[in-house]
Ligand binder design. Structure first.
Ligand SMILES: CC(C)(COP(=O)(O)OP(=O)(O)OC[C@H]1O[C@@H](n2cnc3c(N)ncnc32)[C@H](O)[C@@H]1OP(=O)(O)O)[C@@H](O)C(=O)NCCC(=O)NCCS
Length: 131
């Protein structure tokens, strides 16, 4: 059953507050998470920060429960996107909601499946390119 959530909020990485930055980082393995590394990287480089977006979904209490990072690759050629939904919130449509929002903005963003499960997930969205 679909979760009752607040609206998805999309923000430029350079406009993220410190709290939002930390919430995103914490949800995805803290500073050992690949998304943290990318987020930090995008935030440090002003050109990429302007073009990078964090898409965040919160529950009704305001707790961050899923997010995606859309960002330019190191050479600013194309967009890459990463998604993270914690285990307890998976298979409830959050990942799909994030993908729909990303596709409205950058239909050709590249994705890099992490494992078999995310490969199965992305098979539902055949127009995404594999990074
Ligand atoms: C991949 C991920 C984003 C999917 O998020 P999610 O919220 O669970 O996805 P949804 O609920 O929208 O799933 C939609 C459909 O994708 C497919 N799918 C999702 N997870 C799957 C899995 N583990 N195995 C097989 N199919 C899967 C199913 O068809 C599912 O529909 P169903 O639940 O009705 O069967 C989430 O599992 C995740 O964050 N994983 C860890 C990080 C990661 O791998 N990120 C992607 C690489 S950037």
């Amino acid at each position: 059953m679909a979760l009752q959530t607040k609206r998805l909020l999309s923000k430029r990485v350079q406009d993220l507050s410190d709290t939002e930055f930390q919430e995103c980082s914490r949800l995805n393995y803290g500073t050992s998470g690949e998304m943290w590394y990318r987020l930090n990287d995008a935030r440090r480089e002003s050109i990429r920060a302007e073009e990078s977006q964090a898409l965040m979904i919160r529950d009704r209490q305001g707790k961050l429960i899923a997010w995606a990072l859309l960002f330019k690759d190191r050479y600013c050629r194309s967009y890459e996107v990463h998604f993270y939904v914690p285990q307890k919130y998976r298979r409830q449509g959050l990942g799909t909601k994030l993908v729909d929002a990303v596709k409205r903005r950058e239909p050709k963003a590249m994705v890099k499946p992490w494992n078999k499960a995310s490969k199965a997930f992305f098979e539902n969205f055949p127009n995404f390119s594999n990074a």
